[in-house]
Design a protein around this ligand. Sequence first.
Ligand SMILES: C[S@@+](CC[C@H](N)C(=O)[O-])C[C@H]1O[C@@H](n2cnc3c(N)ncnc32)[C@H](O)[C@@H]1O
Length: 490
Amino acid sequence: MPSPFLTPGVNAGADTLALLHLRRDQIMPTILRTYDDQNEGYSEGKVSNTRFGSFPHSTMIGQPWGSQIAASKVDTGSRGRKATKRKADDLDESTPGADEETAASFKQPVTASSGFLHMTYPTPESWTLSLPHRTQVVYTPDYSYILHRLRARPGCTVIEAGAGSGSFTHASVRAVFNGYPGGEPATKKQRLGKVCSFEFHEQRALRVREEITDHGLDGLVEVTHRDVYEDGFLLGDPKTGRSPQASAIFLDLPAPWLALKHLVRNPESGESPLDPNSTVYLCTFSPCLEQAERTIRTMRKLSWLNISMVEVQHNRIDVKRERVGLDAEGVRGATVFPRTVDEAVNKLRTDEQRAKRFRLAHMDGEEQFAAAKDDEKEKAAAAAAAQGPPVPVYNMGRLTHRSEPELRTHTSYLVFAILPRDWTEEDEQRCRQKWLSDIAELPEGQSGKSNKQMKREFKALRIKEEQEKKAQAKQDAGVEPAANPETKEL
Ligand SMILES: C[S@@+](CC[C@H](N)C(=O)[O-])C[C@H]1O[C@@H](n2cnc3c(N)ncnc32)[C@H](O)[C@@H]1O
């Protein structure tokens, strides 16, 4: 089953995770089912109940992602009577169309007069906001930065410990995804991106594993129940297991320094979990500085380089123009209040004079009163004209900014480090051959030739050398070298 996180398609399918958006900050995750897996006894099959009404899954399955779904009047008649179990397990899987039969046996929902929600496919970001919290989680502002610094890209293998509530797991699998297991890789050489997740707490490990299956991420995420301080990061058996060959590692553990001894190129016991052909990028996540310091000390001893610490202080800033003043009457969002004492006194004076004029005009009769009114309007128009051309709305008032208060994140000190790959004499030779390093070694200006010219000559030299080598090899094997066509003609 394709994962709705990676390839959601156009319509919501059955047995897929869908997010029900009740409001901007209220998201309800649910697996869409054609059968009543909770055995709740609704006549309409599985129903999600929200504060905005009841939503039978049959009204959502098959609808395009992003649709607005109207609430339904549901029949709760059979509720509480422990209806006949209609669990998926009870269906005879060998019977084709068993699901359709069950779905057909449910009542057609009737649309309610009010209430709706929007149904969207899950993303790591929305999942982080809606997942059932079992632990403190890594939020989007942190994991987006972490994955960028870890160079997590399609085809990478990421090690993660501990899995916790699976927030980072979902973000990292999207970052490394480049195809499903069993599918065609883009090139023969390309590895499939994978996340190897380790969790010490048995229940949490089980829960993350269940979620991974429900979310169609089996084969892309491998969850291991393990104490990584003791047993390291090999897959399968801790001593003799397979190496995940990871090039990116994220440790969200109470004591990351205790796990670092396993993240070396040549461990004393067993294989290294690191990719031997690539630089390895590591990040640890600690809520206090003392932990970060201890991790850094251990990293230095184990030859990690480029060690740096970052605290992500992600703030969304709300920038707007704030208008205060008595002249802002009727302007949307403005505060109608005197800016200064002078403005307040002037206002009182003009109000008083105006009232006086009107009182006098009223005493002089209706006509005088109407003329006074017109006179008032003319004066106001003249005052506005005297102020010059109107200020455009976007330029009115004082420019202010405020940071959005409710952005979810928590204090974290992120320590990053790099472990270069082992470099042997063979690697050096291979690179010298491949990258023509001899040119760079010529003393500057000695040849008097351009780089392009030198490269061309060097390439020609190499081709000639190879041809000579081949000819020599044939000669050694007793094969007559082919006659030079030019010599033949002569
Ligand atoms: C803060 S939570 C991780 C949250 C996770 N990164 C997320 O985004 O949801 C830390 C997890 O590390 C696990 N843990 C602690 N010590 C461990 C160990 N020695 N080996 C493996 N996991 C461990 C805990 O059980 C806990 O679930």
